[in-house]
Write a protein that binds this ligand. Structure first.
Ligand code: ZN
Length: 278
């Protein structure tokens, strides 16, 4: 799909199932289960959508899914069907060497699993020429965990990036290349960031886990993983309003049937109108 003079594609790494309660936070199951029927273990399926932006001869990837390093127990627990990112990039004629930047919204395992892989028993970055970009505050939180945050991070996913000098830590809002910005949102994690890109007046954004799926549009619908919930509320109010007013195409990192679309307001209610990006 064209955005101005640039190309964008949603590249799937696969899917997993998460506890429904952890996706919808304080929203009662009696409400969320009307639209999301859980399996017998109370899990709801979510997609692992990565975004590829091709502009000015650069290939920029946003998030990398869960990758292929999980053991059988974890795979079963989350019903993981992942590790497809590299194969699906090939569909667009791209190989790991072709990726210039990997922007990580945050370092949770379902966003950074595809950053590294085992090659001949050695843990290496999947994209050998890429610079991996993440907020300094997110790196801090991911490498200094506590009892609540520990299970969301797997150090093998991101520590090797530092060892090969492919990691760049950002301090707040940054223009990565012309008209491609990351904006610090906080909320989900201290250093969570969203990505915004503009080409010839057309605008797209990936809000990361500030808006995982379209059903999370109402402000209180946030995950129970959010470490700073009131910050997430502020970020949602601000960015969803802006996206609606400025007609941004939103890419949803975890949407299954609806992966991208625009926001409209009808009778005081914000509606997500999905369109397909291929
Ligand atoms: Zn996520």
């Amino acid at each position: 799909m064209k955005i101005g003079r640039s190309d964008i594609h949603i590249i799937s790494d696969g899917s997993l199932r998460m506890d429904g309660g952890s996706i919808f936070g304080i929203v009662p199951k009696a409400i969320w289960s009307k639209t999301h029927k859980p399996d017998r273990l109370n899990r709801v399926e979510i997609a692992l959508n990565c975004l590829l932006i091709q502009t000015n001869n650069l290939n920029i990837l946003i998030d990398t899914g869960i990758g292929n390093k999980h053991n059988k127990i974890t795979q079963t627990r989350f019903h993981m069907r992942g590790g497809n990112l590299v194969k699906n990039l090939e569909y667009y004629g791209l190989y790991p060497n072709d990726i210039d930047y990997v922007i990580l919204t945050h370092l949770h395992f379902d966003h950074v699993g595809g950053c590294t892989t085992y090659e001949g028993g050695k843990l290496v970055p999947v994209f050998p020429k890429a610079t991996y970009l993440v907020q300094q505050r997110d790196w801090q939180e991911a490498t200094c965990t506590n009892e609540r945050t520990r299970t969301a991070y797997i150090e093998e996913d991101f520590l090797p990036l530092n060892q090969t000098n492919q990691l760049e830590l950002l301090n707040g809002d940054t223009e990565i290349i012309s008209r491609l910005w990351v904006r610090h949102t906080g909320g989900h994690t201290d250093g969570h960031q969203m990505v915004y890109f503009e080409s010839d007046g057309e605008k797209i954004a990936c809000l990361g886990d500030i808006l995982m799926i379209p059903q999370q549009i109402p402000v209180p619908y946030i995950t129970s993983y959010d470490l700073y919930p009131t910050q997430t509320f502020d970020a949602k109010r601000y960015w969803l309003k802006k996206a609606r007013e400025e007609n941004w195409l939103l890419i949803l990192g975890h949407g299954t049937t609806e992966k991208s679309g625009y926001l409209y307001e009808t009778n005081g209610k914000t509606i997500f109108a999905s369109i397909e990006v291929i």
